[in-house]
Write a protein that binds this ligand. Structure first.
Ligand code: APR
Length: 312
């Protein structure tokens, strides 16, 4: 079997857990990069030594440099600081912008044809920065947020209705922040519209819990933010790309007129294949949903403006 090559930058909670999930499946060799000496090397070696038990023949190495990442099919970027209680994702903006800039510069030298998959928060702004610094065509930069937000929404709905998570088809679009837009009009449970199964009041409360889903975890953990569900979402995107599955998934992509939004990275349904974003899918939104999506894009734009002022 010819294995794909996946680099994960940032060997912290999100990066290491994503690397582990990919290594465990055995279909890709993994390079784990971090600035902390010994951290990626130690975690990678520990994962490698799990191979005989799990039946994974994949290779995994940890490093503090980028030569080993050359020729990656996908580069997942999780380097940066995470939130603590009381912080919003936006509070991370300028610190993570500097980290993302230096990381992307190094990554693209080694893998000029890769698909970049930013995860670091605030996600939409970091995707915008990744695109700018890389100089890549828009299809090869695609951020992870919508699958996570949608998975939270689906988990809460499944619990509420006492059904399998798998029968819930839902879409959370927009920026990865308080303004995210659970598209309730498109949410179905085994083919039935959600509005027929749940009261408006309960649905509103589940939507709110989804919008605060990240903060709920931060407040419980106290020392960091979520990583199990985020890393699972990363893996779904990596698989759609390296196996050219062309799944339709909510991801952060550059819009140029779709949904009447231009020049901004926002969460929308995309067809994800070996070329990255192969198509932005345009749902027919209600007026209310379209307005909410626009508001969400405006919130992303504010962050992009702050970044521009700090470092054009
Ligand atoms: N190059 C490489 N790695 C870096 C750099 C850099 N310039 N700067 C920081 N890192 C590494 C840190 O050393 C750390 O190991 O990034 C890692 C981040 O890990 P955690 O602090 O555990 O954070 P994590 O929970 O993984 O979240 C990472 O993803 O979901 C988002 O909001 C989250 O922005 C945060 C990011």
């Amino acid at each position: 079997m010819v294995r794909s090559k996946v680099t994960v930058v940032g060997a912290g909670n999100v990066g290491a857990t994503a690397a582990q999930r990919i290594f465990d499946k055995g279909y890709a060799d993994v390079v784990l990069v971090d600035i902390v000496d010994g951290l990626p090397q130690g975690k990678a070696l520990d994962m490698l030594e799990s191979g005989p038990v799990l039946g994974s023949d994949a290779k995994i190495i940890g490093t503090n440099s980028y030569e080993e990442t050359a020729g990656s099919d996908v580069v997942v970027i999780t380097s940066g600081i995470a939130r603590k209680p009381g912080m919003s994702r936006d509070d991370l903006l300028l610190t993570n912008m500097k980290i993302i800039t230096s990381v992307v510069e190094e990554v693209v030298k080694q893998s000029p044809n890769t698909v970049l998959l930013p995860v670091t928060n605030p996600l939409d702004a970091m995707a915008q920065r990744t695109h700018q610094v890389s100089g890549f065509p828009k299809n090869r930069v695609v951020g992870m947020a919508g699958i996570l937000d949608t998975a939270r929404f689906r988990s809460f709905l499944a619990e509420e209705l006492s059904v399998s998570v798998e029968v819930i088809d839902a879409w959370v679009l927009g920026g990865h922040g308080d303004t995210m837009v659970p598209v309730t009009g498109n949410t179905t449970v085994g083919g039935q519209p959600i509005a027929q199964l749940i009261s408006d009041e309960r649905l509103t409360s589940i939507v709110e819990r989804t919008q605060n889903g990240g903060a709920e975890i931060v407040n419980l953990l106290k020392t960091g933010s979520a990583y199990y569900a985020p890393s699972a979402a990363i893996v779904q995107m990596v698989e759609s790309i390296i196996f050219d599955k062309k799944q339709i998934l909510p991801c952060t992509a550059l819009l140029e007129g779709e949904y009447n939004i231009s020049g901004l990275f926002v969460g929308v349904p995309v067809k994800l294949g070996s070329r990255g974003v192969e198509e932005v899918i345009e749902f027919a939104l209600t007026e209310k949903e379209a307005a909410a999506l626009k508001r969400s894009a405006d919130a992303v734009e504010e962050l992009v403006e702050v970044m521009k002022k700090a470092n054009p």
